[in-house]
Design a protein around this ligand. Structure first.
Ligand code: ZN
Ligand code: FE
Length: 239
C-alpha cells in the first residue's frame, strides 16, 4: 500500500491510500475533488471509499463529486450522519473497518468537533488525525471541551511511537514557532525545526510526522495535565 499526499485548497492535505495490487484507493478528507481526480486519472486508479475525519467543509468538500464520478462509498462517524455529505457507512468508536486490503481501526477523538474520529491504518503504521493532532500542534476546540481534547490527544499518544501521523493541514511551521517560545531549550525540537525548514524550502510537505517526534516536541502532547494544556490552547488561539 502506498500513501500519496494531495495538497488541496490553501493549506489542506488530502491523502490517498492506494492498493497497488488492485489499483484501487481510499481518499481521506477530500477538501475538493479536482486534485484527487487528476491524480487518480493520471495513474489509472479507481476510487472505492471516501473517509472523513469530521464534517468541516475543508474535509468533505469533494465528497459529492467523487462519489458521483467513481461510485465510491462515503464513510464517517455514526453520530455525524446528518453533517457528513453523502455518508453511506456509519462507524463506531474502536470499530475495525476493513475492505479487501484496506484495514483501519476507528478511534473517537472529540474536541475540535463532537464527531471527530481518526483512522488508524495499523498495517501501514499510519494514523490520519484530521484537525485533532497536527505536527507540533493540535486543533482548535470548536465544539468539545478542553478535557475532551486532552483525552483525545492522550489516546493518540498511546499509539506505537513509530506510527506516522498524517494530519489535515500544513500548519507545522507556525506551530513550531509557538512550541519554541514555550520550550526553547528542547534539542529535539530544534533538530525537528531544521528538518521542517529544509522540507519547506524544497516545497515539500512536512508530513508525515511520527508519534515519537510529537511526544518529544509537541508542547500540547507534553502537557501533563488538562490545566496546563488549556492554558497553552488559549495562548495558541491568540498567537
Ligand atoms: Zn476542522
Ligand atoms: Fe480543517
Amino acid at each position: 500500500m502506498k500513501i500519496k499526499i494531495i495538497p488541496c485548497l490553501q493549506d489542506n492535505y488530502s491523502y490517498l491510500i492506494i492498493d497497488e495490487v488492485n489499483n484501487t484507493a481510499c481518499v481521506i478528507d477530500p477538501s475538493e475533488a479536482d486534485p484527487i481526480i487528476k491524480y487518480l486519472e493520471n495513474n489509472q486508479i479507481k476510487l472505492k471509499f471516501i473517509l472523513n475525519t469530521h464534517h468541516h467543509y475543508d474535509h468533505v468538500g469533494g465528497n459529492k463529486k467523487l462519489k458521483e464520478k467513481y461510485g465510491a462509498r462515503v464513510i464517517g462517524y455514526k453520530e455525524d450522519q446528518e453533517r457528513i455529505p453523502e455518508i453511506d457507512i456509519l462507524l463506531s468508536d474502536q470499530q475495525t473497518w476493513m475492505h479487501e486490503n484496506f484495514e483501519a481501526k476507528i478511534i473517537y477523538i472529540p474536541g475540535h468537533t463532537l464527531g471527530h474520529i481518526c483512522f488508524y491504518f495499523y498495517r501501514e503504521e499510519s494514523v490520519f488525525t484530521g484537525d485533532t493532532l497536527f505536527s507540533l500542534g493540535c486543533g482548535r476546540i470548536f465544539e468539545g471541551t478542553y478535557s475532551q481534547m486532552f483525552d483525545s490527544l492522550m489516546k493518540l499518544k498511546k499509539l506505537p511511537q513509530n506510527t506516522k501521523i498524517y494530519c489535515g493541514h500544513e500548519y507545522t511551521k507556525k506551530n513550531s514557532d509557538f512550541c519554541l517560545i514555550h520550550d526553547a531549550n528542547n534539542e529535539n525540537l530544534i533538530t525537528k525545526i531544521h528538518d521542517i525548514d529544509t522540507k519547506l524550502r524544497s516545497g515539500l510537505p512536512t508530513i508525515p510526522s511520527t508519534i515519537k517526534d510529537e511526544l518529544e516536541c509537541n508542547i500540547f502532547l507534553k502537557s501533563s495535565n488538562v490545566e496546563t494544556f488549556s492554558k497553552l490552547r488559549d495562548l495558541k488561539d491568540n498567537f
